[in-house]
Design a binder for this molecule. Structure first.
Ligand code: KG4
Ligand code: ZN
Length: 331
């Protein structure tokens, strides 16, 4: 069978990324131009600045992706771009660029959901992974516990009712003075601390999550006692949120009788969360999957992979495609 080459384009937040992927799961190139350094000085992503930087970077990033893959535009079979969810101005850069390429090259355009991209990152790292499985998507914008029934059918079992878990990591980091992005900084500092501070956990009847309570508790605690040991606070925060993630995931696994669990999204790069989920392989006879760190945070290879499955299932778009900032999983 002829190989299918996907050009993936991602610009939903602060990474301009273009990738070339063969047959959905083999990365030929994955160029990521991160704007973190630019946004760092503002303590978070500034949407207008993100859009402008995407515009400035996207052509060069695309050229570099083709060069590293050692191919030309002619070799591409289709173009997959993120059309939501994300920042509208940022998304529009990738969508418009993909539409222009699709028109001029005469290649099919495949609209791709960013959250489905995060799930698909696991297919690249684990060539043997096939649905059904459970996926815990934990990122800066999302906290979803999802039953992946097949490549195109998803059932959301639980989601956050307020802050996404990555947002909580970033806010806690800001409060204790670690700066942006907070996740990796908390990950590092927590290793030097003891999880000896009692923090609140929120549970619901169903499998939903809430992280605003723990975030507020930490803000108040730090306010009352600015000398509180930061490493202990970070370790306690990580331990508490991980317990909630584990409890809900295990409940879902038991209810659905599924023993394959995949982690996805920026926060799944967290070393403590990975370690605790990996322990389930021994304690609960589960099989745990997570993408390699570079595929956890935003990148275009994961978009190319998800786009490939859309493409082979006949899901292509016309040039009326628009960005949808609040796109839901499965849409
Ligand atoms: O998936 P992502 O790149 O963007 C979204 O789609 O949201 O996730 C970014 C989030 C940020 O909140 C960042 O702080 C968090 O992932 N993150 C981490 C780690 N690395 C990135 N959180 C905890 N531990 C990490 N090692
Ligand atoms: Zn993301």
């Amino acid at each position: 069978m002829k190989d299918i080459i996907t050009l993936g384009i991602e610009s939903s937040c602060d990474e301009t990324s273009v990738a070339v992927v063969k047959n959905g799961r083999e990365i030929l190139s994955n160029v990521i131009n991160s704007q973190i350094k630019i946004h760092e000085q503002y303590g978070g992503v500034v949407p207008e600045i993100a859009s402008r930087n995407h515009v400035e970077a996207i052509s060069e990033v695309t050229k570099e992706a083709l060069k590293q893959a050692n191919i030309t535009f002619d070799d591409i079979d289709h173009i997959a771009c993120t059309y939501g969810p994300g920042l509208v101005g940022a998304l529009l850069v990738g969508v418009s660029y993909a539409k222009a390429l699709s028109y001029t090259l005469g290649k099919p355009l495949v609209a791709t959901n960013h959250i489905e991209g995060h799930i698909a990152a696991n297919y690249i790292t684990h060539k043997d992974l096939e649905p059904p499985f459970l996926c815990l998507i934990i990122s800066g914008g999302h906290t979803h516990l999802v039953h992946i029934k097949n490549y195109k059918e998803f059932e959301i079992l639980g989601k956050t009712r307020d802050d996404a878990i990555g947002e909580a990591f970033d806010k806690v980091a800001r409060v204790v003075g670690l700066g942006y992005p907070g996740g990796p900084k908390i990950d590092k500092l927590a290793k030097e601390g003891e999880a000896n501070i009692q923090l609140p956990k929120t549970h619901f009847e169903n499998l939903d999550f809430s992280f605003s309570g723990i975030k507020t508790a930490i803000i108040n605690l730090h306010h009352k006692n600015p000398d509180v040991n930061k490493a202990d606070l970070c370790a306690s925060f990580e331990k508490t949120v991980t317990e909630v993630l584990l409890e809900n995931t295990l409940k879902a696994a038991k209810e659905l009788n599924i023993n394959k669990i995949a982690l996805a999204g920026g926060v799944s790069a967290n070393s403590y969360i990975r370690e605790k989920f990996l322990e389930l392989e021994k304690t609960h006879n589960m099989k745990i999957y997570y993408p390699e760190p570079i595929l956890c945070t935003d990148n275009a290879a994961m978009i190319a992979c998800a786009g490939y499955y859309n493409f082979i299932n006949g899901k292509t778009s016309d040039l009326y495609l628009n960005a949808i900032p609040n796109l839901k999983l499965g849409e």
